[in-house]
Design a binder for this molecule. Structure first.
Ligand SMILES: [Zn+2]
Length: 319
């Protein structure tokens, strides 16, 4: 099959469960997307799968139709697009994924951390559209981030910039997976809702949360909206922690748009309204006035769209 799309881009979003792939046209608009169960038993098999996904979308000879490939990877990716560590897909450790995909497809390929490419997607195609300087904060099990300055991803000296989830927001906080303590992630990440809620219940607080099997942002927010005092405290604590992190980033970067993405961001306005209030208290009035804080638009498509956008930015627009 020959896909009639000269100058197209392919985005690959590598996750612990699925490989997602998308075809973007020469201007970077989404044309088609697909999803495959990830084959992560060996480096050879996952790299072969990447090349197959490109051919599946772009035809047997991708070099004739695809201008560049972008890849979002679930781990720490260095400046040379080599994976330092990918906890959920360890076969990627040490691989220079961009080079490997180029060798298998004949097409220029670029790789980045998945939170960074998702940030690019929101900046170019989502809630950051029209803004030159955008901070994206992704709230999930972990808390990730990406910084887009003057329309380009800011990855820092070694490629590790944007880790807002590991800004310390509580000097007396609990240990974080990164080795530090009191990181934003320890007060906003999904597991923290269970940890903080259970601790309060075990300490004897009475709350409707005691009737829930699992304490997640969504369920806790629902109880907070019904007026449960403990649930409200948990929401307030997360909102304040998130605001401390965002305010620090705003004072440093003076961006015009903060996009909050990930599952927790859909918890409802109760969280973001509080975040805005607390950010305002912690920023210069001018810095706060320059920035709007909004919810992401692209959902789970941000990864593939961002990977394709990375390819477009690295290789330049297609024909
Ligand atoms: Zn940390």
């Amino acid at each position: 099959m020959e896909h009639a799309l000269p100058g197209a881009f392919v985005g690959l979003d590598v996750g612990g469960t699925y490989l997602k792939a998308a075809l973007l046209d020469a201007q970077g608009a989404l044309v088609e997307k697909r999803r495959y169960p990830i084959r992560k038993d060996s480096a050879a098999s996952i790299l072969a799968q990447f090349a197959e996904a490109v051919r599946d979308l772009a035809g047997a000879e991708p070099v004739r139709t695809v201008r560049a490939i972008g890849i979002g990877l679930p781990g720490i990716v260095d400046r040379a697009a080599r994976v330092r560590v990918a906890p959920n897909v360890p076969v990627l450790n040490g691989l220079a994924v961009g080079e490997e995909v180029r060798a298998r497809t004949g097409v220029a390929a670029f790789a980045e951390n998945d939170a960074n490419v998702a940030a690019l997607a929101e900046a170019y195609r989502g809630a950051g559209r029209g803004a030159d300087n955008v901070l994206v904060v992704t709230l999930g099990t972990g808390v990730g981030g990406g910084v887009v300055l003057k329309r380009r991803l800011w990855t820092g000296t070694g490629g590790y910039a944007g880790e807002i989830g590991h800004i310390q927001v509580d000097q007396a906080g609990v240990r974080c997976g990164c080795g530090s303590w009191g990181c934003l992630e320890t007060l906003v990440g999904v597991p923290s809702w269970e940890r903080r809620g259970r601790a309060a219940l075990e300490a004897g607080r009475s709350s409707t949360l005691a009737t829930l099997a699992k304490l997640e942002p969504k369920t806790v927010v629902a109880e907070a909206e019904k007026g449960d005092a403990l649930a409200l405290e948990l929401v307030e604590e997360s909102a304040r922690a998130l605001a401390v992190g965002i305010a620090a980033a705003l004072q440093l970067l003076n961006v015009e748009r903060v996009v909050v993405a990930g599952g927790v961001s859909n918890a409802g306005p109760i969280l973001l309204d509080r975040v805005r209030e607390h950010v305002q208290k912690r920023c210069f009035p001018q810095v706060f006035a320059d920035a709007s804080i909004c919810v992401a638009e692209l959902g789970s498509d941000a990864g593939v769209i961002g990977a394709g956008t990375l390819a477009l930015l690295e290789a330049g627009p297609g024909a």
